[in-house]
Design a protein around this ligand. Structure first.
Ligand SMILES: [Zn+2]
Length: 480
């Protein structure tokens, strides 16, 4: 029997409030100058009093509700004591006994990963260790920034599952606009508790820190499972400890042995009143929750029927999904459902393949480009009605992307009009036939594919403007 990994996650998320958790200082993660967003409160001067940031409370409750959590009426803050150079107060205000949200879950690949709680605390400052220097620098801009911590139950059974949980969570946080949740910038930090065991009894838990990307989450946990397996196989003991993931060396390294919770000497924060979260407040916040990724996935599937891969692009990229829906709303009204599905499929394909190609991987966030949804819808309709060939469609779309002009204007200017005059096409067809006697002979002998070559020649002769349907029809007619 093989070892079964048991994984629980702790995720810290910096909330994007205007001000810090307990003072009026600006919460600006992009501030480059050190120690400018500071005041006596977040610097921990004696005698100062913290004031709770209401927006941070609302954002945490909103997140909890979106993760199917209960919101208890009563909640409070606790003081967690520890000395660290980037924590000027000598303690951190956190929540241990009465978190804002508890008992939720998040679906990952159809499985429910239970969420024990989501609570609120304050972030620390940042230490900077200049190379070859015998000193360290400290920047308190981040000290006191609202930090939401989410703790799962140990329901995850693979490194891949942990990575997917983190990705799903990030997307929800972004839909809720509570955090940019950029892992590389430390706005979302994942720690994993990993243990391996052969029987139902849980193995010794090892905490892994420093997982700074989704890739690191998966690789770090995979490494740790393997490390524990090898130890157990050789009859050795797994130590309860904290290990850091080294992305370059691709391994976890022991950082410290785990201290017990009572080392922090938690006690109720005496400077803050307890929180009362009325049903009315919770209902009010619930009403502000937008459509979430999973709901959107299901709705897109029902309403537009593009393929699953395309749906995922629109779900993962919220702005792009919204643009797609605007395009759809501009399509000709009263279309039969079947035609509508064909059009939406065409629209999603052109948006995802061609437009993304034109954007050259640039972010579509904010969709700062020139094609209006109306023009895109017109473009799709022209393509659908076969008024332009697919080759012309590409030229047209590139031009629309460059200039923002409407399709009919460009078609006129660039003479992209499709040739639908049968006599004109027949003239070209006859020319092509007379130039290719060998191919014609092959076709007449039964080589069906020969006609494709002739169609290609006619299309080339017409500089891509002839209607491919008509070319095929006329060619077949003339050749028989
Ligand atoms: Zn401050």
């Amino acid at each position: 029997m093989d070892y079964q990994p048991t994984i629980g996650l702790e995720v810290h998320v910096e909330l994007n409030t205007k001000s810090k958790m307990f003072c009026a200082c600006s919460n600006d993660p992009n501030e480059k100058k050190p120690n400018v967003n500071v005041c006596p409160v977040c610097l921990g001067h004696p005698g100062v009093l913290p004031v709770i940031n209401k927006e941070a409370i609302r954002k945490t409750i909103k997140t909890g509700l979106s993760l199917n959590c209960q919101i208890p009426e009563h909640s409070k803050f606790d003081r967690k004591n520890y000395f660290y150079p980037d924590l000027p107060k000598g303690y951190q205000i956190s929540q241990l006994y009465m978190p804002l949200c508890k008992d939720g879950f998040l679906g990952v690949d159809g499985r429910k990963i239970r969420i024990r709680e989501v609570h609120l605390e304050e972030d620390t400052g940042k230490l900077i260790h200049p190379e070859d220097a015998d000193y360290s620098l400290v920047d308190f801009n981040r000290a006191g920034v609202p930090l939401m911590e989410l703790v799962t139950e140990p329901d995850i059974t693979s490194a891949e599952g942990a990575r997917k949980f983190a990705q799903n969570l990030q997307l929800i946080l972004r839909y809720l606009s509570v955090s940019a949740a950029d892992m590389e910038k430390g706005q979302m930090r994942v720690e994993a508790n990993v243990s391996a065991s052969k029987d139902k009894k849980l193995g010794t838990k090892v905490e892994i820190k420093n997982l700074n990307s989704f890739r690191a989450v998966e690789r770090g946990i995979d490494y740790e499972i393997e490390r524990q397996r090898e130890l157990l196989d050789s009859g050795e003991e797994v130590l309860q400890e904290t290990r850091g993931w080294d992305d370059i060396k691709s391994k976890t390294v022991s950082q410290r042995e785990k201290e017990e919770a009572h080392d922090y000497r938690y006690f109720p924060e005496p400077d803050l009143p307890p929180l009362y979260n009325s049903k009315q407040l919770v209902e009010e916040i619930k009403a502000e929750i937008p459509e979430l990724p999973q709901q959107k996935r299901e709705r897109f599937k029902k309403e537009y029927q593009p393929d699953e891969k395309n749906i995922e692009v629109f779900v993962q990229n919220k702005d792009f999904g919204e643009y797609f829906e605007k395009v759809i709303s501009e399509l000709p009204p009263n279309l039969p459902r079947e035609n509508l599905f064909k059009l939406t499929k065409l629209a999603s394909n052109y948006l995802i393949t061609d437009l993304q190609g034109l954007l050259k991987g640039a972010s579509v966030a904010g969709l700062d480009f020139l094609i209006t949804p109306e023009n895109f819808a017109e473009f799709i309709t022209l393509t659908y009605e076969k008024k332009i060939s697919s080759k012309m469609a590409k030229i047209l779309l590139t031009e629309m992307f460059k200039t923002g002009a409407d399709p009919s204007h460009i078609i006129k200017e660039k003479e992209l009009v499709q040739i639908t005059d049968e006599a004109e096409i027949e003239k070209i067809v006859k020319e092509v036939i007379s130039k290719n006697p060998k191919v014609v002979e092959d076709y007449k002998k039964g080589k069906e594919t020969a006609i494709q070559y002739l169609i290609g020649q006619v299309m080339a002769e017409s500089r891509g403007k002839a209607s491919p349907q008509l070319v095929k029809e006329i060619l077949t007619k003339v050749l028989t």
